[in-house]
Write a protein that binds this ligand. Structure first.
Ligand SMILES: Nc1ncnc2c1ncn2[C@@H]1O[C@H](COP(=O)(O)OP(=O)(O)OP(=O)(O)O)[C@@H](O)[C@H]1O
Ligand SMILES: [Mg+2]
Length: 168
């Protein structure tokens, strides 16, 4: 995270179940706008796809959301079909070189929808400049620590964190 990150641009939430992780994703969706990118960091089984399911549900995506294992990106329409949720899983990439031939700009952060990226570290420097990052950390059993950090202008961070702080 850059030194410019304001101190109020970080938030930590604890989830005790997969359903709670989905609910937090749903909450975040209320604060997302087309063009936003959310990077999902964490080990295998940490809860990234589970969280993505909540975001998708909150945006109004109707089709089921699974990890896009055999393709790099799944596209899900929402907002009366005028918006597209892009769900990327870069796990199978060994490094940014594998993204040659993949039109990254076309798939990440287009203005017509929200983009979620699992295993974003595989893309190296090919990441967008403005994003929310969520780190999923195991905290014993079904507990997960979700650490949110905004790498974005303060107004974007405020919008994301206000949604996450809403009581459900
Ligand atoms: N608090 C929790 N939050 C999220 N998932 C949980 C939680 N507790 C248990 N789980 C379970 O952990 C698993 C998380 O799987 P998920 O596919 O979301 O992980 P992932 O981070 O996307 O992994 P991968 O890197 O393999 O794609 C699911 O089986 C889910 O039911
Ligand atoms: Mg996954």
């Amino acid at each position: 995270m850059s030194d410019a990150t304001p101190p109020d641009a970080e938030l930590m939430l604890i989830s005790n179940s997969a359903e709670t992780t989905r609910a937090i994703g749903r909450q975040l969706a209320a604060g997302l706008r087309a063009g936003d990118v959310v990077l999902l960091h964490g080990d295998l089984g940490a809860g990234k796809t589970t969280f993505a399911q909540g975001v998708a549900d909150g945006l109004g995506v109707r089709d089921p959301v699974h990890s896009p294992t055999f393709t790099l990106v799944h596209e899900h329409p929402y907002g009366d079909g005028e918006r597209t949720l892009r769900h990327l899983d870069l796990y199978r990439l060994r490094g940014p070189d594998d993204l040659r031939g993949f039109d990254y700009d076309e798939h990440v952060a287009p203005e017509d929808g929200v983009t979620l990226v699992e295993w974003p570290e595989r893309a190296g420097a090919l990441l967008p400049e403005r994003y929310l990052v969520v780190a999923f950390e195991p905290a014993g059993g079904d507990r997960r620590r979700l650490r949110f950090a905004a790498n974005a202008p303060a107004a974007d961070a405020a919008r994301w964190f206000a949604a996450l702080r809403q009581e459900t």
